[in-house]
Write a protein that binds this ligand. Structure first.
Ligand code: PLP
Length: 370
C-alpha cells in the first residue's frame, strides 16, 4: 500500500509554495558551465563580513563541542549597550526570519488573522500560511505599503499587522508620521511587527525611529538582522526588540539553542567594528547612485529604494533574468510577487555594478519593444 504523504501533511503545509531563494553561484556555474559568476540576488553585503567578525568566529570555533549559551548573555549585553535598551527587551533568533516565525507561533490562534501589504516580503505570508493563519492583504500605493489601507483592513479578527520597512523587494518605506498614525489608530491588543532588516543603511530623517516609540507602544515588535549591512547572512543571527513583557512571551516560544556560539561572537565583533559598517553604507550609497544614473540614461524605470537593492522594470523579467544568468550575473525575477516585469538587483561593488549594467544592456535588447 502506498501512502500519499501530502494528504498527511497539515493543510497549511500541504498547499504551501516554498520561498525561492537567490540561485547559488556554484549552481549557476555548474548548470551553465561558466565561471566567475556574480550574485546580486540576495541583498548580501558585497564587502563580506568585518575581518574582526571573522576572527571572533574563528576563535569561537574551538568551543564548538560546547552547547551555546541559550540566553546569549554576552550578545545581549553588547547589543543592549549598543542600542541603549535593556537586555530584557531582546529576543535572539536564527536570522530575523526566525523571529517572524516566533511571533506567529507565540501570538496567533487559528481563528485570528494578520494583515500584510501587497508586495510585502514573501517569507511573511509563507510563515502565516504554514500556521494556517488567514491573511488580509492591504493594497499598496506606488508599490509601497499604505498605512491607511492597512488601517481600513482591520476587523474583529485582526491580531497582527506586519510592516516591512523598508520593504523587500520594492525598497519603499513607510514614513515616520504614517507609522505613528498606524500605531495611534489601532487597538492595543493588535501586535505590530516592524521588519527593519535594512535599518543600518538608512539615515533619512523621515524614517521612523521605532526604538523611541517602544515606551509608548508595548504592542510594537521590531526585528533586525546581521545578514545585510553586517555581512553575516550565513551565520544566521537576528533579533527582536520589544517590551520586556512581549520578549518574555517570545522567549517561551523560542527553542533554547536557536543561535549558535560562532554567530553570537561574530555578531558582537561586527557591532564593534563601526568602520566596516560605515564603509558598507558608503559603498551602498555610491553604488545606488551609479545604478540610478545609468538606469536613467538607459531609459529603464525603477522603484526608488532606500535599501541595498533596486527593483527595475525590464519588460519580461524571467527572460531578462535567464539572459543575465548566461552573462554570469544572478539577479532575482519577481513573478512570485506578481511583479512579472521587475527584477530585483542587489547593490554590489562598483566593479560588480558595472558588470551588471553591461550585461543588462545586452539582455534588455532581447526584449521586443512595445
Ligand atoms: C533578508 C530579509 C530578512 C531575513 O533575514 P535573515 O537572514 O533571516 O535575518 C527579513 N526581512 C527582510 C525584509 C529581508 O529582506
Amino acid at each position: 500500500m502506498t501512502i500519499d504523504f501530502r494528504t498527511l501533511a497539515n493543510i497549511g503545509i500541504r498547499n504551501l509554495t516554498p520561498y525561492q531563494p537567490g540561485k547559488p553561484i556554484e549552481e549557476v556555474e555548474r548548470e551553465l558551465g561558466i565561471q566567475s559568476v556574480i550574485k546580486l540576488a540576495s541583498n548580501e553585503n558585497p564587502l563580506g563580513p568585518s575581518p574582526k567578525a571573522i576572527q571572533a568566529a574563528e576563535h569561537a570555533l574551538s568551543a564548538a563541542h560546547i552547547y551555546p549559551d541559550g540566553n546569549c548573555y554576552e550578545f545581549k549585553q553588547t547589543l543592549a549597550a549598543f542600542l541603549s535598551i535593556r537586555t530584557e527587551q531582546i529576543t535572539v533568533g536564527n536570522g530575523s526570519e526566525n523571529l517572524l516565525e516566533l511571533v506567529v507561533k507565540a501570538f496567533l490562534n487559528p481563528d485570528e488573522t494578520a494583515i500584510i501589504s501587497q508586495y510585502a516580503f514573501l517569507t511573511i505570508p509563507i510563515i502565516l500560511k504554514s500556521y494556517g493563519i488567514q491573511i488580509k492583504v492591504a493594497p499598496a500605493i506606488h508599490w509601497g505599503h499604505d498605512v491607511r489601507h492597512i488601517i481600513q483592513a482591520i476587523d474583529k479578527k485582526t491580531k497582527m499587522i506586519f510592516l516591512v520597512n523598508p520593504n523587500n523587494p520594492t525598497g519603499t518605506y513607510t514614513h515616520a508620521n504614517d507609522f505613528e498614525l498606524l500605531m495611534q489608530s489601532i487597538p492595543p491588543h493588535i501586535i505590530v511587527i516592524c521588519d527593519e532588516a535594512y535599518s543600518e543603511y538608512i539615515s533619512h530623517h523621515d524614517y521612523p525611529n521605532t526604538l523611541s516609540l517602544l515606551a509608548h507602544y508595548p504592542n510594537l515588535i521590531i526585528t533586525r538582522t546581521f545578514s545585510k549591512a553586517y555581512g553575516l547572512a550565513a551565520l544566521r543571527i537576528g533579533y527582536a526588540i520589544s517590551s520586556s513583557e512581549v520578549a518574555d512571551i517570545l522567549n517561551r516560544a523560542r527553542l533554547p539553542f536557536n543561535v549558535n556560539t560562532i554567530a553570537s561572537h561574530a555578531a558582537c565583533a561586527a557591532l564593534a567594528d563601526h568602520k566596516h559598517v560605515e564603509r558598507s553604507i558608503q559603498v551602498n550609497n555610491e553604488g545606488m547612485q551609479q545604478l540610478e544614473s545609468s538606469l536613467k540614461s538607459l531609459n529603464l524605470s525603477f522603484i526608488p529604494s532606500i535599501a541595498n537593492f533596486i527593483t527595475i522594470d525590464v519588460g519580461h523579467a524571467v527572460t531578462v533574468y535567464q539572459n543575465l544568468l548566461r552573462e554570469g550575473v544572478i539577479v532575482r525575477p519577481l513573478h512570485a510577487y506578481d511583479m512579472p516585469r521587475h527584477i530585483r538587483v542587489t547593490i554590489g561593488t562598483e566593479a560588480q555594478n558595472t558588470r551588471f549594467l553591461a550585461a543588462l544592456v545586452k539582455c534588455v535588447q532581447y526584449e521586443k519593444s512595445d
